[in-house]
Every structure is written in C-alpha cells, then in structure tokens.
Design a protein around this ligand. Structure first.
Ligand code: GLA
Length: 511
C-alpha cells in the first residue's frame, strides 16, 4: 500500500512538470500556433485578405494559407525559432501551384512576406491573431440533382460587346464603364453589332445583414450605371463566381445564387460571366455541372433575360453539358494574354469543338486582345478571323476610347463580323494543316462558305486551297476577299494566295 502511494505521487508530480513544460513551450514567444489574418486595404474600400492557420510543433509548422481564390496546404517548413519559410501547395486542375511565405514573429504580430510569382515583387504584410475558424472554407453545400435548364432564348448568334478584364483588370470602375458605353455607341461598334458592356471581376464589396451583395466604392450606383448603359441602346454585363471568392479574391455567389441573380435582375443586368475560381476548393470537376446548373436555374427564376456565360477554363468537357445548365457560352480554354503566342496557341487548338456550337450556345475561346498593343495588325486580323470562323463571342478587350484607325478597321470589319454572326450558327473547323499553314472553313447560310488561309510562320508563304477540299465540284462563281474588301475572279481547281507572316487571307465563297 505504502509502496503504491509513493509511485502514484511520483506519477502525478511527473505529469504536473511535463504539463508545465508543455504550456511553457506552447506559450513561448516563438509559438506561431493559431489563426492569423493580414488585411491589405485597397482603394476600392475592400481589403486583400490573407489567412494563415498555423500549427507549430517544435520547429515544424503545418496548416493552411488562404488568399484570394487559393487555399494552400503547408507542405514544408524550414527555419526557426523566429523566422520560418513555409511552402504552400494546392492542386489547380492537374497542376500543382506552390507558394512560399516567410513569416517572422515580431511581438504580437507576424511579419509575412511572399511573391505572387517567383519573379514578381515582394509583398509584405503584417498579420494579427484572428478567431479560430475565421477565413476557413465554408462547409460544402449539397448539390442539386441534375436536370435540363430550359433555354433562355438569348444569344441566337454569338454575343458581341466589350469586357473590362483584358485592359482594365482591377482598375475598372463606373466611369470607365460609362466611357466604354459612350465609345461603343458613337464609334460604329453599336451599328456593327457590339452590344454588351461587361464588368469583369473586382466590382464587389461586401454583403449586408440580409446577405445582399453590395458593390465596392468603384461602383456607387449599379442600377444607375445599368440605366445609363441602357440609355445608350446597349446592354450591361456583370461577373461572379460559384465559389466563396472570385479569382481576384472578391465576394463570390456561393450560397447566395438566387439572391444574387435577383439583385442582378433588379439592377437591370443582362449578362453574367460565372467564373469557377475558389469553387475549386470545395468541389471537384465532376461537380461542375450541378454547380453551374444552380446559377442557370437562379437566373431563369430572376425573371429577367440574363445571358449566362460559363468560365471554368474548358474543364470537364464543358461543351458537352453547358447548354443543359442554361449556358449561352462557355470558355473552352485558360486565360488569353496579349501576345501572338497566347492567341495562336488558344485559337488554333479549337478544332473539333464545332459540333457543340449552335444558336443560343457557343464555344468561347476567351475575349479579344485586339488593340491592346501586344499584336501586330496582321496578327490581330488572324485573331479576328479565327474567332469569326469559330463562331466565338466577340468581346473586345481594349480601351475603346483610344483605337487607332487600323484597329478600328479590324474590330469593325462588318464582312468578317457577318461570318461570326451567320444566322445558321455552324462553327467552322480546320480542314487541313501543313507545317505553319492551316486552312479553316465554315459553312454559312445560303450555301456559302468562309475559308481562311492562315500562315502561322514567321515568313510570308503561298497557301493553296483546292476547291475539292471544301467539298466543291467546281470553281465557286463568287468570291470575296474579306480583308481586301474586294471581289475576286476565280478560275481553275484551286486558289493560291500569298499570305504574310503571322497573317491570313479570308474569303467568302458564294454561288
Ligand atoms: C479568371 C478568368 C478571367 C478573368 C479573371 C478575373 O482568370 O478566366 O477571364 O475573369 O478571372 O479575376
């Protein structure tokens, strides 16, 4: 008995000291365990928010980092006792994204430094303790059973207009949108068929107590802005995400789909681009159809005709199901950049998708970069031609106030636009390829055809199209050069054109 109590006293004493030691380590100045938040205020009244939910055991740190649309697992930590380098990792489709954060404990704060890309400037911020759970991903909401969303009757030809992202990115505001509407209404674009003035990411502020979305400072009166655009005889578009956050880290529509659709309808919105972004952290690619169906239903229920444009970068064979979720257009690719390489890589990879396009439902290889400075005049003609052959949405992405006559002549080429807008809505496809030379053709209404002779090479080249390749038995009786704006007299079994480097000859063949 005596022996037993001696041992039990020892056990209690040891446990007590171990406990003290544990708390001493846990509360020591270099323990980073806990939830930390850094808020970097932005001019639009919102903040760029970074959450670091950390767990420190000795010199090892695990946990998560959440910023904009990205939610990283910490997979590596080095350093200590005051300064740590954390490596975060997340899967973006099939690609892994990694980030590196340097965190340093200074008093009650964490000094944090990172780069968006390895070669971009260092971003420094100060993080403070946040309540546990703040900034964590919300619970995954259950998804509806699949059904066919009725056709909204819009976009019988591919949508045409302008979108803010390529030129303005986060600098878009009420003034810029009004200015683009003014330009579109007065520079011939409206007459040529351009119609939608679309606000992309970064218009969102926060939600009110009832959960209604409120625009940020850049958009003081969304209804007033919509009224203004409508007064010009144009339509207005907006942007959101099925995720909690948009790609730029603004408020998404997650869990607010019907409410947001109603708000858009009340403002007078005519077009919604719905961008996957942060939804990737809650759902898998297989869930996309149900996720997009939710907003398709919500838009219909709003009672206002709102064109529905899906943006999920062409994943999950979206062309096969987009129309059934009410989609009028769906992105088939990742983001375009303002360069020949990016445009050509995207545009010439669109072969094979033609069967999925039809009036009301279009493949979307992304917005135009024409007039943004990164492409020559010839390259811009290739861009416009390819998009017309593809029956793609024509959403200009440049500053419409400052177009050179050469750029205006490309965006306003009504003969090329007529190909894009052909009422039968049959998308074209590649019919042959030889090295850098590609021939694409599109069947048009009234037994006409558009044929594009592309030279992707960096030297001028001759390109020949035999009529038989176009399914024609003889020389077409009428031919029009759509960039030369002239009729051609054809003869023989084929047509040969000298095509400039990174250039195109575009013909409409008639009977
Ligand atoms: C994604 C989209 C782009 C643009 C940005 C905005 O990258 O693909 O077109 O909308 O988000 O953040």
């Amino acid at each position: 008995m005596k022996r037993f109590s001696f041992e039990s006293r020892t056990v209690v004493r040891t446990a007590f000291f171990l406990g003290l030691l544990f708390f001493a380590i846990r509360s020591s100045a270099d323990d980073l365990t806990g939830n930390w938040v850094a808020r970097s205020p932005q001019a639009d009244g919102t903040s760029r928010v970074t959450y670091l939910d950390l767990k420190q055991v000795g010199s090892r740190i695990t946990g998560h980092i959440r910023v904009t649309q990205f939610y990283y697992n910490i997979v590596e930590s080095t350093g200590g006792p005051d300064t740590f380098i954390l490596t975060g990792s997340m899967m973006d489709g099939h690609n892994e994204r990694r980030v590196r954060y340097e965190v340093r404990r200074v008093g009650d704060a964490l000094h944090v430094a990172t780069r968006r890309r390895p070669d971009s400037e260092l971003i420094e911020m100060v993080a403070h303790r946040a309540p546990a759970g703040e900034g964590a991903l919300p619970a995954r909401l259950p998804l509806p059973a699949l059904h066919d969303v009725p056709d909204n009757g819009l976009a019988r030809t591919p949508p045409m207009g302008w979108n803010s992202w390529n030129k303005f990115a986060e600098r878009v505001d009420d003034r810029a949108v009004r200015a683009m509407a003014d330009a579109m209404a007065s520079n011939g674009m409206k007459e040529a068929g351009y119609q939608y003035v679309n606000i992309d990411d970064t218009w969102q502020g926060s939600r009110d107590a009832q959960g209604n979305i409120i625009p940020n400072k850049k958009f003081p009166d969304m209804k007033g802005l919509a009224d203004y655009v409508h007064s010009k005889g144009l339509k207005i578009g907006i942007y959101s995400s099925p995720g909690p956050k948009t790609c730029a880290g603004y408020e998404g529509s997650y869990g607010h789909e019907e409410q947001d659709a109603k708000t858009y309808a009340a403002w007078g919105i005519d077009y919604l681009k719905y961008d996957w972004c942060d939804a990737r952290n809650l759902y898998a690619d297989e869930d996309m159809q149900a996720v997009y169906q939710k907003m398709g239903d919500a838009l219909l229920k709003s009672g206002r005709p709102i064109l529905y444009s899906l943006c999920q970068y062409g994943r999950a064979e979206v062309w096969k199901w987009s129309a059934t979720v009410g989609g009028n257009a769906w992105r088939t690719t990742g983001d375009i950049r303002d360069s020949w390489e990016s445009m050509a890589k995207i545009g010439f990879a669109q072969d094979g998708l033609a069967p999925f396009a039809k009036p009301g439902h279009w493949n979307d290889p992304d917005m135009l970069e024409i007039g943004n400075g990164g492409m020559t005049e010839e390259e811009s003609k290739v861009h416009m031609t390819l998009w017309a052959v593809l029956a793609a949405p024509l959403l200009a992405g440049n500053d419409l106030r400052e177009m050179s006559p050469a750029i205006a002549a490309i965006l306003l080429n009504t003969e090329v636009i007529a190909v894009d807008q052909d009422k039968e809505g049959k998308q074209g496809d590649r019919i042959s390829k030889s090295g850098d030379r590609e021939i694409w053709a599109r069947t048009l209404s009234d037994n006409q055809q558009a044929v594009a002779l592309f030279n992707r090479g960096s030297a001028a080249a001759e390109i020949t199209v035999p009529w038989s390749d176009l399914g024609l038995k003889s020389t077409p009786p009428r031919a029009r050069d759509l960039w030369g704006h002239k009729d051609l007299n054809l003869s023989g079994q084929q047509y040969t054109a000298a095509v400039p480097a990174h250039g195109v000859v575009f013909l409409r063949l008639g009977n």
